[in-house]
Design a protein. Structure first.
Length: 266
């Protein structure tokens, strides 16, 4: 299978302005398509912005099949690019910090709800999800999704590795002073779990937060294949099934596990 060229949209969009953020997504999808990408990944809560008041999160939240999902399906179909976007999802009385993957044909593939909520803001605004591993097949790869803080729990990423995830998509809102997560932790997670990780951040000041950018695509050999700076940009990297297979043959971590020793973890 050929590599899956992946576009990482490092942007905070416009806070509280869903329509404007959809316009930005449309433009990014067009640029991604022109560059031969098959997948475009945005940041956490890209659709609405992150640093909202709790009541505004609830007001802007949409169902997984709501009007923005329909609009993004049309963007994906028109440009022929799969899209992973972060948004606040309303399901009944609950609001989740969610990310949805839409296929290049405009059809929804998978929706994920953040399982580990970071800090008082998220814990006040959202209900935690309870499904740690969601996956879809895309471009010859098994693609998984999680959000920001989730990737900092090694058990979470290992669960994806054991379920066969090849490329883990992680929209994030990673802020100062925790930039070591993007710089060091994410490439290590990719290496120890033998997968690609696309970690896509917000950037710049937003409310009380200062997002650090540094989005990256890390590969299973521990190499960062592409790295954004601190500003808004669209960067590209390739998730190569052949490199993945070769790396898994060489690296024995998953083969040498001894699960019987780890019962205390659960």
């Amino acid at each position: 299978m050929p590599p899956l060229r992946t576009a990482l949209l490092q942007s905070s969009g416009r806070l509280g302005d869903t329509a404007e953020n959809l316009k930005e997504l449309d433009g990014a999808a067009a640029r991604a398509a022109r560059s031969g990408a098959g997948l475009l990944v945005t940041s956490e809560m890209f659709l609405t912005g992150y640093a909202l008041e709790v009541e505004d999160v609830a007001a802007l939240a949409e169902p997984a099949d709501g009007p923005s999902a329909v609009a993004i399906g049309e963007i994906a179909r028109r440009h022929g690019v799969a899209v992973l976007y972060g948004y606040p999802e309303r399901a009944g009385d609950a609001v989740f910090n969610a990310a949805q993957l839409i296929g290049a044909d405009g059809a929804p593939l998978v929706n994920y709800r953040k399982t580990h909520l970071f800090g008082a803001f998220e814990q006040d605004a959202f209900t935690p999800g309870d499904t740690p591993v969601v996956q879809a097949d895309l471009g010859g790869l098994r693609v998984g999704v999680m959000i920001c803080y989730d990737v900092e729990f090694p058990e979470n990423v290992r669960a994806h590795a054991l379920a066969g995830t090849d490329l883990l998509l992680v929209p994030t809102a990673q802020m100062h002073p925790f930039q070591f997560v993007a710089e060091q932790l994410v490439p290590v997670r990719a290496f120890e779990n033998q997968m690609y990780i696309a970690y896509v951040n917000r950037t710049g000041p937003e409310g009380e937060f200062e997002f650090v950018g540094l989005s990256c695509l890390a590969s299973p050999d521990g190499v960062t294949r592409t790295r954004a700076g601190r500003g808004e940009e669209l960067v590209f990297g390739e998730a190569d099934p052949e490199l993945l297979s070769a790396s898994r043959r060489t690296n024995p971590y998953l083969r040498d596990r001894r699960p019987g020793l780890y019962a205390s973890l659960v």
